[in-house]
Design a binder for this molecule. Sequence first.
Ligand SMILES: [Zn+2]
Length: 350
Amino acid sequence: MNQRSSRREAIGRVVGAGLGMASLARAQPVRSPAVVTAGSSQVPTWKTELRPLAPNVYAYVQGGGPGQLNQGVSNAGVIVGEDHVLVIDSLGAPIHAKNLIAAIRQAVPNKPIGRMVVTHHHGDHIWGLPFFPKMEIVSHEYCRKAMLDTPIPSPTWEKRDGWAEGGEERRIVPPTTVINDRTTYYYGTTEVQLITMVPSHTFGDIAIHLPEHKILFAGDIGFFYVAPFLNNGHCTKWMETCDRILAMDVQTIVPGHGPIGGKRELAEMSEYLGLFKAEAWKRYNAGLTPGQAAAAIELGKFDRWIGARDRLPMNAVRLYAEFRGTLNPAFDSEGVQRAADEMNAILAKR
Ligand SMILES: [Zn+2]
């Protein structure tokens, strides 16, 4: 175990250094050392579990892998204090949230759930909130605003196997506390640092760092073996955030999507972003539309990542906005639809 983590740490340092230099010249694909490529393109299958990471610290991972329904299936975290439990993210469907609550009740039967940290505003992290007890909910200031702006598809859930019994309430439960920089809680002897890292995946991301355990709950700053999506993100700044995390004293990273990993997995995800940016940049300069770019871009080993094809149009649209200097926090749904239609039309002719 020690050998494995020290190897992982070493890989992280090497890759982190490479990415740091590459961030100055993003027009070139990030070519990371061979260690990243070796074996790492095999997309694993992982199971749903509440996994202990350290005394009083757990990751709740929802299962996934190739051929499984991964869309909207996210991860959470659990930290146990002297008198209550802190939860990181509420998941995105009634049954998912209830399963998480049941797992917490089983592992920690005698302490109430007393605080929630929301890593960002996306539905797969916040629709579970109504199923938790009333409590303090902490988020980035932008995250709260974006949650309140989120349209509610319908006031109740329709029945869906494994997701909803049908009839459960669907509403936004707004955060009660917002932060713009960082704040620290102490859960017994566990120091829990909430660190804003914006913009990255959104303009309201919070990562949770437990320094003495070298654990980082990254929210959707981390996508492991699942293609990261940029709908509300800023690709270049997100890569800079990855460099920042790779320079931190962290060994275990719990991503928002995918299995638990470390710096190697985060560096590889950043490599995806760098490669995508370089490939989109070439097409942007050649005068192609985002849809044409999405149809043409090949991602090599990353084509096997979960959702890789589906996320090409949205990521191309977002990068084009960054190149043009028109990027803002909101999601360009019309632009993405146009690009997806165009990409699909081109692919259908092949
Ligand atoms: Zn997200």
